[in-house]
Design a protein around this ligand. Structure first.
Ligand code: GLU
Length: 427
C-alpha cells in the first residue's frame, strides 16, 4: 500500500514550494488509495513554534489536503534516534566522537537510485564524508531522523524539493545499514520566479498565508500548484485537487519546469471566483468589507450575494471586491477624480432630477424597466443614451466603471437609487 508523508518544519509559514510538495504527496496517496501522513520535523527546539505548526496545519486543511493518522512529532522521539544510532554503533557502522555519533561511509561505492522525476542518479561514496547521526547536544541530524521515521512510518514514496537531492544518497546508505529497502524518491524542481531567480516576495508572495490574505481561493491555489509539477496528458488545466487525484500519474511528473506565473494564478482564481457558489463568497466578502471599515450587518446575505454576483466576473481575487462594491453598503461612498465635475457639467443636474422623477414612479423597478426609462428620457431630450447613463452612473456609484448601471440600480433598490440621483441633482 502506498504511504507518503509531508514533513514540514514548524519554523515559519507554509512556503508555496512546501505546499506544492504537500499537494503532490497527497495526490499520489489519493490516486493510489494509500495514506497521506504528516510528520512534524521539530527537532530544532529553539526555532520551532506552535503558532507556525497551527498555521501550517490550517493552511493544509484550507487547501483541502486532509491527512490520515495522527501526525508524528520528531521532538518526542529523540530517545528513539539515539537508540537507533547506538544500534549502528554496535554493528560497527557508526562510531562515537565525544557525545556525537557519526556514520562511517565506506569508500569506493556507487550509490544509485532511479529518481521518480529526474531518472537514474548515481553518486560516488568517495565524495561523501562520514555523516553525523546524532549531534553532540543529543539531537539527531535531519538525514538520520528522516530515515528512522520514514522507515518507522512505512513510507513507500518520497516526493520533495530538489534542495534535498544531495541528501538522498546519504539516506540510502542509512537504509542499507539497517538492512532495509529504501522507498522511491522523487525530487521536484524548485519553484523559480518568472525571471529564473529564486522565488521572492516581488514575484507575488512566498507563503500560502499571503495568498490567502489577498483573497485567492484554495481551489485556485491548489490547481495552480498542481500545474507547477505536472501537466495532464489531455492538456486540461482547470482541475480541483480531487479531480486531479483521479487522473494523476507520478510517472508523468518528469521534466517539469516550475516557473511561478502570478498572472496564470490570478486567471485561475478569477475562474474559481466566477464559479463559486454565493454562500462561499459572501462571508469572506463581508469580512473584508468590515476590515476595510464598511459595515455590512444591516444587509441580509441575499443582498450581499446579489452584489457579489454583479461583480464576480470583474474580480481576480476576493480582496478586490471591497473597493469595487463598498458603494452598495454606504451612502458616503467616494467619488473618483473628476466625478463631481461630471455632475456639475451643464444640464446634468436637471437631467438627473428628471430621471429621478421617472424612476420614482416606475410600476416595477426591474433592470428592463429602468433601462426603458433611461431610453425614453434620452429620446425626448434628443440625447444619446450615454449622455444620461454617464452622469447617472457617477451619481449612483461615484465611479465611471463597474457593473451594468441598470443592474446596479435594481440591486440598490428604488429608494436608494432615486435618493442618490436626487442628492447629486441638488448638490
Ligand atoms: N523538513 C524537511 C523540509 O521541510 C522535510 C524534507 C523531506 O521531505 O524529507 O524540507
Amino acid at each position: 500500500m502506498v504511504r507518503v508523508r509531508f514533513a514540514p518544519s514548524p519554523t515559519g509559514f507554509l512556503h508555496i514550494g512546501s505546499a506544492r510538495t504537500a499537494v503532490f504527496n497527497w495526490l499520489h496517496a489519493r490516486h493510489a488509495g494509500g495514506k497521506f501522513l504528516l510528520r512534524v520535523e521539530d527537532t530544532d527546539l529553539k526555532r520551532s513554534e506552535a503558532r507556525f505548526l497551527d498555521e501550517i496545519l490550517d493552511d493544509l486543511r484550507w487547501l483541502g489536503l486532509d491527512w490520515d493518522e495522527e501526525p508524528l512529532f520528531q521532538s518526542r522521539r529523540f530517545d528513539v534516534y539515539r537508540a537507533k544510532a547506538a544500534e549502528l554503533v554496535a554493528a560497527g557502522r557508526a562510531y562515537k566522537d565525544g557525545d556525537a555519533v557519526l556514520f562511517r561511509v565506506a569508500p569506493g561505492r556507487t550509490i544509485a537510485y532511479d529518481d521518480l522525476v529526474h531518472g537514474p542518479i548515481a553518486v560516488e561514496s568517495d565524495t561523501l564524508k562520514d555523516q553525523v547521526l546524532i549531534k553532540s547536544d543529543g539531537s539527531p541530524t535531519y538525514n538520520f531522523s528522516c530515515v528512522v521515521d520514514d522507515a518507522h512510518m512505512g513510507i513507500t514514496h518520497i516526493l520533495r524539493g530538489d534542495d534535498h537531492i544531495s541528501n538522498t544518497p546519504k539516506q540510502i546508505l542509512f537504509y542499507e545499514a539497517f538492512g532495509l529497502a529504501p522507498p522511491r524518491f522523487g525530487h521536484m524542481p524548485l519553484i523559480l520566479g518568472p525571471d529564473g531567480s529564486k522565488l521572492s516576495k516581488r514575484h507575488g508572495g512566498v507563503s500560502v498565508e499571503e495568498y490567502r490574505r489577498e483573497g485567492f481561493l484554495p481551489e485556485a491555489l491548489a490547481n495552480y500548484l498542481i500545474l507547477l509539477g505536472w501537466m495532464p496528458r489531455d492538456g486540461r488545466e482547470l482541475m480541483t485537487a480531487a479531480e486531479a487525484a483521479s487522473r494523476f500519474e507520478i510517472a508523468e511528473m518528469s521534466g517539469v519546469q516550475a516557473k511561478f506565473d502570478l498572472q496564470k494564478l490570478r486567471w485561475l482564481n478569477a475562474w474559481y471566483i466566477a464559479m463559486a457558489p454565493g454562500e462561499r463568497l459572501v462571508p469572506d466578502v463581508r469580512q473584508r468589507l468590515e476590515a476595510a471599515g464598511t459595515g455590512t450587518s444591516a444587509f441580509p446575505d441575499d443582498y450581499v450575494s446579489r452584489v457579489v454576483d454583479l461583480y464576480r466576473v470583474r474580480a481576480k481575487t476576493v480582496g478586490e471586491f471591497p473597493p469595487m462594491i463598498d458603494l452598495f453598503f454606504r451612502e458616503d461612498f467616494a467619488f473618483e477624480d473628476g466625478g463631481r465635475a461630471l455632475l456639475d457639467a451643464p444640464g446634468n443636474r436637471d437631467l438627473l432630477a428628471a430621471l429621478a422623477g421617472r424612476l420614482d414612479t416606475l410600476p416595477d423597478f426591474s433592470r428592463a424597466a429602468i433601462e426603458a426609462a433611461f431610453r425614453a428620457l434620452a429620446e425626448e431630450r434628443g440625447l444619446k443614451a450615454a449622455a444620461v447613463v454617464h452622469p447617472a452612473r457617477m451619481a449612483v456609484s461615484g465611479k465611471s466603471k463597474g457593473a451594468g448601471l441598470f443592474e446596479m440600480m435594481e440591486v440598490l433598490g428604488r429608494e436608494r437609487a432615486v435618493a442618490r440621483l436626487r442628492r447629486a441633482a441638488h448638490a
